[in-house]
Structures are given as structure tokens and as C-alpha cells.
Design a protein around this ligand. Structure first.
Ligand SMILES: [Ca+2]
Ligand SMILES: [Ca+2]
Length: 579
């Protein structure tokens, strides 16, 4: 192992023992085995789910040759893992509103999150990104009316302080959404500025330069009452754009960051950072540079990640010149992104090579910063939608690919149980299914009052999936822990091994070396959705000892491995780590 000086011990032994007990509680029917006949994913492609009608013998006919190290790997999964105190973390994105209701008023709240921190930690997450928690007139709270407060539905400032303390005690960093492209239209700054215009017929007073007022209508502007003035409001009238050129506004933003850093917050996710100056990349970069410099002066090791929703790699690459720690890699995420169209493509016969292409492109393109990898978030369709709910192994492999990516990783709450959500935003933000629709903690007040019922959840609850070894949840849990146990994955240089001497592997298989801090591992991924793949890796040439970890899309299959001969037979959608 490496000798990183900043390592700390992570997990709670009690939780580990509890989980070990749950894992042994038996194999239940696969949570996703009820295939959807209407799903096009079922046409022509055999989904390798653990359903009775799926013949596992085609993948793995010989139970006797089952890998004897499998039980050993399972034990290793449960061992406490050292969490490195840096920004290459597994972040879990939480929408507090829909997460866990601790006081029964129907809304999720901060104390509900605190009560679930053991769950978050046990899943292998080492950071949380909170969507806005501040007072706001909307359910989603992306229009903030007080940057220093906590929305009363979510709790109090003391609840937040307690949550931060409890999270840090579990080695979980906290990052907050920093929404400074705009405020709410009910923010006192904006109300005061508008009152001055109504009174004096033109912008005046203390807040006249906080927003962008014009005396002529332009696209993206809204009229101030019945005056002859208009304010910039790129998203909608309830979100007036701040004037980020104004030094006083910058002072306000600095004060907001300082306030939350002083309370223990570890960083920020920067909302809508390409809209700071609409259509002006250079000015956006200048502001991001200021923001980054200011934040790191306040807290040297803070983590800032920008939401630059761009579909072209060169533009995001360009944004890294601002010096910001990280940006979300939208080009890899969603149903149209390069993860789904590359290594998870149905039509390609070289998904392994496509995985390698993606890894190399990330490395050369984002060498100067941390790529923040994700599949979906609160603004996109959920991964179980675009990876196809009828193919749970593919849904799992999406998480497996994420877990094998360099950089920081983000999972949107509910993704780990395959929750669905597409179309209008509220559908993408429904309540976490802990147990049932009437059990403790379920958030009954739905976003914007949309109708949610049992059909809104295709896969089982957290409770049921915890007890099912073959569930999406237990796959994610194992994937996150594998990532934590092998820090080379998030932080290491990638070297493609396919085609090199000593490597025999088909094009559906990705074989890469990851090197970091004087230590290296080999990651082998079978991205063939239907067939097993045999891989031969010469130990003398490649310099590894043995298989130390694995991820199976279907736990009813198994990996056949012979470390001495360097021969491994990987079932569809499986991953092994050699060290
Ligand atoms: Ca509540
Ligand atoms: Ca703006």
C-alpha cells in the first residue's frame, strides 16, 4: 500500500459487523428480475439478470471451478478502509427535502440526514453535496432569500452544526450549493433595489448595483413592476441575476463563503457557473478565478466544483484555466454522454476499447484539475431510466464504470437503489424509498405536490435491497468500497494495457494500469453485456501478485481465476482488480 501521511481510519466497526450479518442473511430474488416487456432493452439482448428464466450456465457452467478467493474478497470488503483526507472523494448528492423526514411533518430535514449518516458512511461515501438548504420560496431552493440561514422546513442552524460535526466524525466532508448567479426575487437586496426604482424612477440607494438594471427591454430581462426599468433574469423572473462586477457583491459572496467555512463546511458546488456572465466564457473564467482564489485564501484545502453544463470537451477544458479545483464532466454523464454511448454501448463490439478511450481523453483533457464524474443529478433523468430498468446489471455497470474513473465521484441520492425519475424536474426529486410509503422517514410532501405512488419506484426499498446480496444497492456499496480501498483509481495515472506484451484480452475488455504515489494496480473490466470473456495477463511481464477485488453485475455468476497462470474468466459486466 502507499504511504500517504494524511490517512485516517474510517468506518465504524459496529456498522461493519451489522452489514456483514446482513450480507450473510441469504440470497433473495434479484430486485430487478421482473423484466419489463415494453422496454426496448429486452429486444434482442439477453439481460443477464438473476431471473429464474435466465440460464446462468451459459455464463458460467462449472460451479466446481468457482473462484476460491471470492469469500476472501467479501471479507476484505468489510474491513475498515483508510480514508485519504483530500478532495478525490465519493460524494453523495442529497436533496434534503426528499431524503428523510425526522419529525413527521412530511418534509425531509437536516436531522433526518444526520440520522442516516451511518448509512451514507457504510455505503462508502466520503462526502456529501447538499442542494441548497437556505430559506427560499421554492421547494428546490435554488432561489435563495437568506444565504446565512437554514430553511425552517429543514431545521435550524444548530441542526446544521450538529450535522457537520457528526459527518466529520465519520470522515464525511460537507459541500454546500453556492448559488450566486442570482438571488430570489424576495431577497431583501432585490426588494430594496426595486423599491428605490419605484420611488425615484431610477436605480438608487445601497443596492442599485447589486443587480443588472436596464431602461430598455432585452431578452432575458423582466420588467420591474410597472416602471420603465428591467432586470436581468436569465432563468426566470423569480431569479434576478446578481451583478458580479460589483465589488460590494463580491464582498458579500466572500462573507457568505467565510461564514460557512467557519462553521466547518469543506467546500462548495457552484451553481450555474456558465451563466455568471451569459455568453462570455472569458468573464466567467475571470470570476471563477476570483472565487477560487478567495475561497482557498479562506480555507486552503477547500473543494470547489463548478456546474459548467457544456456538451463540448474543449469548453470545459478551457474552464479549468480559471484554476477552479473541479468541474462536473457533463460530456460523460446522462443518456447521451460518453459513458452510455461508449463503454455501455449496445451496438459496439469494442466496449472495452471505448472505456480506454474515455479514460485517456479524461486524462489528457483534465490533467490540470479534478474531473467530477457522475451519471445523473437532480436536473437529469435518473441513470436507471437511461440505462434501462429492465437491465439491472447494466444499471449496476453504470455505477461500476463511475467507480473505476479518475477524479471525484458523485452519486445522486436514490441512484444506489435504482430510483426512477425523468421529465419534469419534480419527478427527478421524489422521496427516498427507505422502506415503504407509510413507514418512518418517508417524505410525504412531494416536490411541487406531484403525485407519487408505489409505481414510482421500480426497484425495492433500501431496507429490502440491503438484505439482497444481488441488489443494485449492494453493488454500489461494494463499488464505492473498492474505490476507497484502491486510492490509485481516483488519483492515479492511467496506462492502457490492451495490446501490450503479456496481455491477452478481447476488445470488449478494458485492461488498464493505475499508478499513484509509487503504487499501482491493474483494473480489468468486462463490458460485454452478454458473454463471458477470458483474459490472460502475464504476471512476470505485468508485475502483479493476485486478484484483490471484484465487482459482479450478477452475483449469481462468478469469476473464475487462476492467479498463478494469470488466467481470469469474467462474466458479463464484471470487474476485477489485480495488485
Ligand atoms: Ca421534517
Ligand atoms: Ca448571470
Amino acid at each position: 500500500m502507499n504511504k500517504n501521511r494524511h490517512m485516517k481510519y474510517g468506518l465504524l466497526i459496529a456498522t461493519v459487523l451489522l452489514m456483514a450479518g446482513l450480507m450473510l442473511s441469504g440470497c433473495r430474488k434479484d430486485t430487478g428480475s421482473s423484466g419489463d416487456p415494453n422496454d426496448p432493452g429486452n429486444a434482442g439482448i439477453s439481460s443477464a439478470v438473476g431471473d429464474d428464466k435466465t440460464d446462468q450456465s451459459t455464463n458460467n457452467g462449472d460451479e466446481n471451478r468457482e473462484d476460491t478467493s471470492a469469500s476472501q474478497t467479501e471479507q476484505e470488503d468489510e474491513e475498515p478502509v483508510e480514508i485519504i483526507d483530500d478532495s478525490y472523494r465519493n460524494y453523495y448528492e442529497i436533496f434534503v427535502y426528499s431524503f428523510y423526514d425526522s419529525n413527521g411533518d412530511g418534509y425531509g430535514d437536516l436531522n433526518g440526514v444526520t440520522g442516516k449518516l451511518d448509512y451514507v458512511a457504510d455505503m462508502g461515501y466520503t462526502g456529501i453535496w447538499f442542494m441548497p438548504v437556505h430559506p427560499s420560496p421554492t421547494y428546490h431552493k435554488y432561489d435563495i432569500s437568506d444565504y446565512y440561514g437554514i430553511d425552517p422546513k429543514y431545521g435550524t442552524l444548530d441542526d446544521m452544526k450538529n450535522l457537520i460535526r457528526e459527518a466529520h466524525a465519520r470522515n464525511i466532508d460537507i459541500i454546500l450549493d453556492l448559488v450566486v448567479n442570482h438571488t430570489s426575487s424576495i431577497h431583501p437586496w432585490f426588494r430594496e433595489a426595486c423599491a428605490e426604482i419605484a420611488k425615484n424612477g431610477e436605480p438608487s440607494g445601497q443596492y442599485k448595483d447589486y443587480y443588472v438594471f436596464k431602461s430598455q427591454y432585452e431578452n432575458g430581462y423582466t420588467q420591474v413592476g410597472s416602471t420603465g426599468w428591467y432586470y436581468e433574469s436569465r432563468f426566470w423572473s423569480g431569479m434576478p441575476d446578481l451583478n458580479l462586477d460589483d465589488p460590494t457583491v463580491r464582498d458579500e459572496i466572500r462573507n457568505i463563503m467565510k461564514y460557512w467555512f467557519d462553521l466547518g463546511v469543506d467546500g462548495f458546488r457552484l451553481d450555474a457557473c456558465t451563466s455568471y456572465y451569459t455568453g462570455d466564457v472569458e468573464k466567467n473564467k475571470e470570476f471563477l478565478h476570483w472565487l477560487s482564489t478567495t475561497a482557498h485564501e479562506l480555507k486552503e484545502d477547500c473543494f470547489l466544483v463548478g456546474e459548467a453544463w457544456e456538451n463540448a470537451d474543449p469548453i470545459i477544458r478551457d474552464y479549468y484555466d480559471s484554476g477552479l479545483d473541479s468541474f462536473f464532466i457533463f460530456t460523460a454523464a446522462t443518456g447521451e454522454g460518453s459513458i452510455v454511448t461508449g463503454p455501455l454501448s449496445f451496438s459496439s463490439k469494442s466496449c472495452g476499447l471505448k472505456m480506454n478511450d474515455l479514460l485517456l481523453r479524461l486524462q489528457t483533457t483534465y490533467d490540470i484539475g479534478i474531473p467530477s464524474m457522475f451519471l445523473g443529478n437532480h436536473d437529469t433523468a435518473r441513470p436507471a431510466n437511461f440505462l434501462r430498468k429492465s437491465m439491472p446489471d447494466r444499471v449496476k455497470m453504470g455505477g461500476g464504470i463511475l467507480a473505476m474513473m479518475p477524479g471525484a465521484l458523485f452519486t445522486y441520492y436514490g441512484e444506489e437503489i435504482g430510483m426512477l425519475g425523468t421529465g419534469d424536474d419534480p419527478n427527478k426529486r421524489i422521496a427516498m424509498l427507505w422502506d415503504g410509503l407509510d413507514t418512518e422517514g418517508y417524505c410525504k410532501k412531494t416536490p411541487d405536490g406531484i403525485k407519487v405512488n408505489a409505481d414510482s419506484y421500480y426497484f425495492d426499498s433500501v431496507e429490502k435491497q440491503l438484505a439482497d446480496k444481488n441488489s443494485i444497492l449492494n453493488y454500489y456499496r461494494k463499488a464505492m468500497k473498492l474505490r476507497n480501498r484502491n486510492p490509485e483509481i481516483a488519483r492515479g495515472r492511467v496506462e492502457i494495457l490492451n495490446g501490450l506484451p503479456g496481455v491477452t484480452a478481447g476488445d470488449q475488455v478494458s485492461v488498464t494500469r493505475r499508478t499513484w504515489n509509487g503504487s499501482d494496480i491493474i483494473v480489468v473490466m468486462n463490458l460485454n453485456s452478454v458473454d463471458e470473456e477470458k483474459v490472460i495477463l502475464d504476471r512476470n511481464i505485468l508485475g502483479y501478485e493476485k486478484k484483490t477485488g471484484e465487482l459482479l453485475g450478477n452475483t449469481l455468476t462468478s469469476i473464475r481465476s487462476d492467479d498463478t497462470a494469470g488466467e481470469y474468466v469474467l462474466p458479463p459486466y464484471s470487474v476485477i482488480i489485480l495488485r
